[in-house]
Structure formats: structure tokens, C-alpha cells
Ligand binder design. Structure first.
Ligand SMILES: Nc1ncnc2c1ncn2[C@@H]1O[C@H](COP(=O)(O)OP(=O)(O)OP(=O)(O)O)[C@@H](O)[C@H]1O
Ligand code: SF4
Ligand SMILES: [Mg+2]
Length: 332
């Protein structure tokens, strides 16, 4: 990993709007991705992980969702949010590749895997059929699909879950992007195949200097794969920093709760810890810290004032009035 940022996201916000209602879904998300870095985004279902990444490539899942603020600076490419739709098509695929949460719905069932990838390469690169086909075979080989010459002619339904996921990675890498966004790419896979896919991503980072944003529910996967981690709660980043710092010394009470919920690595049989309560509905966000109705350390200040994401230590930021393990009497 180098220090040079390849993507700088500042105060990114997304809102939902229809005739009757409007509310914020993503609220002021900021983070930096460096060259060759693997950044994990974790959080419960509905915390805004997928929406944040879809906003980055301007592919929000409904016309009622709009980016309402912020900037997404791509190294050498300006603010992604200010690009024309035509310029954006060039960025998608060529600079940023994405593996979506549900791969089946993003692979074409009636076109062979090889043709899908080769067409995408031709479209982005403007090269001839034969050259695009050769490049496609090369990519299938890189992502570990055996015997690519014959597998290229297979259709999605003829691939196993793991092979389909590799095919998705191949589609995302077809145009040699600098950044790969992988939205829960291993959730549906068994543990052995999951480990193979994680190794593949690490190898792509090591060999090509690929920068990766990896979305997951699983802190164990973050620990294994990522350099840095952003924890999301109710549309905001509540903690952000180097993996070791965040996982071994969590500052936010939500992060500490998530860590306590992880099954013990020793396979203990004790009671499984859960965070009490439910995440809030975006149409009815609590005032103050959005986590306060579920937080054991909450006090009157937490219910009133939304904490900002401040650096608790250099490069380890946390949005909490009373961070875990810190003396906070003066603030109450
Ligand atoms: N098409 C949509 N229209 C309106 N709201 C949506 C839409 N898709 C998602 N949302 C809302 O946006 C918020 C963030 O959703 P998002 O899909 O980003 O969550 P997530 O963290 O990726 O969750 P999961 O882990 O379940 O994939 C949620 O409150 C969700 O209900
Ligand atoms: S700001 Fe208050 S409610 Fe929110 S996590 Fe910190 S202590 Fe808990
Ligand atoms: Mg999601």
C-alpha cells in the first residue's frame, strides 16, 4: 500500500424522495482509499454499505434516490459526482470495477461468460474481437477458472457458486480498473471457496496494486483481508481506522458490540452476545447519536447532540461523546 490516495470521499450524502416523504439515507460519509489498500466497510443490514458504494459509481438502485452532497475525488479523474453520464461510463469498468451483492442478477443468463467479458473489453477498449477474446481468456486464467478455453463458452447456470463469483470478479476486472468494489462477494459461499476468493483478492492487490473496497457483515473476514476498516451505523461512519486499531481497541460502543457478537474463535459454547434493539428506520432517525437508544453508555448529551467523526488517535477516528476506554467525565 502507498500513501497516495486514489479515491477521496468527502461528506457523501444520499436522500430518498417521493411525493409524500423525503429522508436522508447516507449522511456525510467520508473516507480515503490509497493505492493497493483494502478497505473494509462493515455494519448491520441496512446501515448503508451498498448504497454508499453505489453512490460512488453513480448507480443508485432507484430514481427516487439522489446524491445530495459531497465529493468523490478520483486520482487523475476529478470529482466523479460532477462527471457527465458519458464520462461516467468511462470511469465505470475502466477505473472502478464493481462486484454487486447479487451476482446472478448482474450476469447475463443468455450470453456465455466469455462473450460477456470479451464484449465489455471491446466496448471499453475499442479493440478487435480476436484481441478481446485473448484478453478475456487471460483474465479467466488470472481469477483461477480452470481450462478457460472451454469454460468461456459456458453459461452462468453451468457455473458453481464459487465459479460464478470468480466470473463476476473477471467481469469487474475485464477493463483493468484501479479500484475494485466488492459487495459481500463471499457471503453465499462455503468456507473453503470463501477462503479461495479472499486469497485471490489479496493476490490481485499484491500483484497489480489493485485498491479494494470490501463490504461485509463479517469482522473475521475484515481481520483476515483488510488494511483499514470503516464501521457504518444508520447511514453514517461511526468508526474508521487501521484494522488492528479498530478491532483490538474499538472506541465506538457500536463497534465494541459488533466485536462482542462475533462467535469465539475457540468455538466456545457460552451464550451468543447480541446488541439489544434494532437499527433505526431512515425515515425516523433518533436525535443526537443515532446509536443512543441501544447504547449502554448513553447519557443526556448523547440523546441531544450528534457526535462528529473525530480522530481519537492519529488516523483512528470515532464519532462518540464517551469513547470506550477514555475518560469522559468533563463532557457529561
Ligand atoms: N431502492 C431503495 N429505495 C429506497 N430505500 C432503499 C433502497 N435500497 C435500500 N434502501 C434503504 O437504504 C438504506 C441502506 O441500505 P443498503 O442497501 O445500503 O444497506 P446495506 O448496509 O448494504 O445492508 P445489507 O447488509 O442488508 O446489504 C436502508 O435503510 C434501506 O432500507
Ligand atoms: S455518543 Fe453516546 S450513545 Fe453514541 S455511542 Fe457514544 S456513548 Fe453511546
Ligand atoms: Mg448491501
Amino acid at each position: 500500500m502507498t500513501d497516495a490516495p486514489i479515491l477521496t470521499v468527502t461528506n457523501l450524502s444520499v436522500a430518498y424522495e417521493d411525493m409524500r416523504t423525503s429522508h436522508t439515507i447516507i449522511d456525510g460519509v467520508s473516507f480515503t482509499l490509497r493505492k493497493g489498500e483494502i478497505l473494509g466497510i462493515v455494519g448491520e443490514s441496512g446501515s448503508g454499505k451498498s448504497m454508499t458504494c453505489r453512490a460512488l459509481i453513480r448507480l443508485l438502485p432507484s430514481s427516487r434516490l439522489k446524491v445530495t452532497g459531497g465529493s468523490v475525488q478520483l486520482e487523475g479523474g476529478g470529482d466523479v459526482l460532477a462527471l457527465t453520464p458519458r464520462e461516467m461510463t468511462g470511469v465505470r469498468g475502466r477505473r472502478i470495477g464493481m462486484i454487486f451483492q447479487n451476482p446472478a442478477s448482474h450476469l447475463d443468463p443468455v450470453m456465455s461468460i466469455g462473450r460477456q467479458i470479451a464484449e465489455s473489453i471491446r466496448h471499453h477498449r475499442g479493440i478487435g474481437r480476436a484481441e478481446a477474446w485473448a484478453r478475456m481468456l487471460d483474465i479467466l486464467r488470472q481469477v483461477g477458472i480452470p481450462d478457460p478455453e472451454s469454460r468461456a463458452n459456458a453459461y452462468t447456470h453451468e457455473f458453481s457458486g464459487g465459479m460464478r463469483q470468480r466470473a463476476m470478479i473477471a467481469v469487474a476486472l475485464a477493463c483493468d480498473p484501479d479500484i475494485l468494489i466488492a459487495d459481500e462477494p463471499t457471503t453465499a459461499l462455503d468456507v473453503t471457496v470463501q477462503a479461495q476468493i479472499l486469497r485471490l483478492l489479496q493476490q490481485l492487490r499484491d500483484e497489480r496494486g489493485l485498491s479494494i473496497i470490501f463490504i461485509t457483515h463479517d469482522l473475521g473476514v475484515v481481520y483476515q483481508l483488510c488494511d483499514t476498516v470503516a464501521v457504518m451505523y444508520a447511514g453514517r461512519v461511526c468508526e474508521y481506522g487501521p484494522k488492528d486499531e479498530v478491532i483490538h481497541r474499538p472506541r465506538h460502543h457500536y463497534t465494541a458490540g459488533l466485536i462482542a457478537c462475533q462467535p469465539s474463535s475457540e468455538g466456545g459454547t457460552g451464550p451468543v452476545h447480541t446488541i439489544p434493539g434494532q437499527p433505526p428506520n431512515p425515515a425516523d432517525m433518533p436525535a443526537g447519536c443515532r446509536f443512543h437508544p441501544r447504547c449502554e453508555a448513553a447519557n443526556a448529551l448523547c440523546a441531544k447532540l450528534q457526535p462528529s467523526l473525530d480522530e481519537a488517535e492519529p488516523s483512528h477516528a470515532c464519532a462518540c461523546h464517551h469513547p470506550v476506554g477514555m475518560r469522559t467525565e468533563a463532557k457529561t
